[in-house]
Design a protein around this ligand. Structure first.
Ligand code: URA
Length: 240
């Protein structure tokens, strides 16, 4: 593998922003193969060199995995001529890393967005036959009847004739809000499912994608790297 600058390596592995990394290198907080690093532009081999950052060994991963709490008004695209994208919420140094959102949320939908540069995994997670569960918290304009619940569970016919796969719906005590779990991801799917039942979504937030759940402590627009455990479960999705 090609070599890379030490500050970049510390940035993409999530240790620190590149400017923080530079300061910490200057103060002697980083060592490479047992020797204290003295300059941020020192070249390292990410796969073979041993880097210690503030006393901790840095694990290099070929791919980056980010979980973001998407705010309203931001589009899940890599670029957009008009609106801010989920990538615009990441620090500048991370935007050059071929990252893209894995799947779509509407501009006015909140919640869990996976962002990665692992195209093969994203393709597998989004493939219809993989059936990754996506769970949403929703609020609807009108209460959902028992018949509607049965329709959700059996599959709803959308306005274009598409029959949705069985979905789960659990209502709260108001009867007009709750959780919906889908195993597919058609364009505006939940909004269209409710419209097919003469109802309307007034709030939608994704709270789970496969094994990934939205952290209650994470503010809108905040993000974090996935943990090693989350990555290994995610990578096993759709594998024989
Ligand atoms: N269904 C929708 O209608 N919108 C989303 O953003 C996600 C699921």
């Amino acid at each position: 593998m090609a070599t890379m600058r030490l500050d970049k390596f510390l940035g993409i592995t999530g240790c620190a922003s590149r400017s923080e990394a530079k300061k910490i290198i200057r103060s002697g907080g980083v060592s490479v193969n047992g020797r204290v690093a003295s300059s941020a532009d020192q070249k390292i081999d990410p796969e073979n060199d041993s880097v210690i950052f503030c006393g901790n060994s840095v694990v290099y991963r070929k791919y980056t995995y980010i979980l973001m709490n998407k705010p309203e008004g931001v589009v899940s695209a890599t670029e957009d001529g008009r609106d801010r994208t989920v990538l615009d919420l990441l620090p500048t140094e991370m935007r050059k890393n071929d990252l893209f959102p894995c799947g779509r949320l509407d501009k006015n939908t909140f919640g869990l967005m996976l962002i990665t540069d692992n195209g093969a995994l994203a393709h597998r997670l989004l493939a219809p036959k993989t059936h990754v569960e996506k769970e949403y918290y929703f609020r609807a304009k009108f209460p959902i009847s028992e018949d509607d619940v049965r329709c959700f569970e059996a599959g709803v016919t959308l306005e274009d004739g598409y029959e949705t796969k069985p979905a789960k719906i659990v209502l709260d005590e108001t009867g007009a809000a709750g959780k919906i779990t889908l195993i597919e991801g058609k364009y505006h799917q939940i909004k269209r499912m409710l419209e097919a039942l003469n109802n309307k979504i007034i709030y939608l937030e994704r709270i789970r994608f496969g094994n990934l759940t939205l952290d209650a402590s994470m503010a809108r627009g905040e993000w974090r790297y996935l943990t090693e455990e989350e990555i290994s479960v995610l990578e096993s999705h759709g594998q024989k």
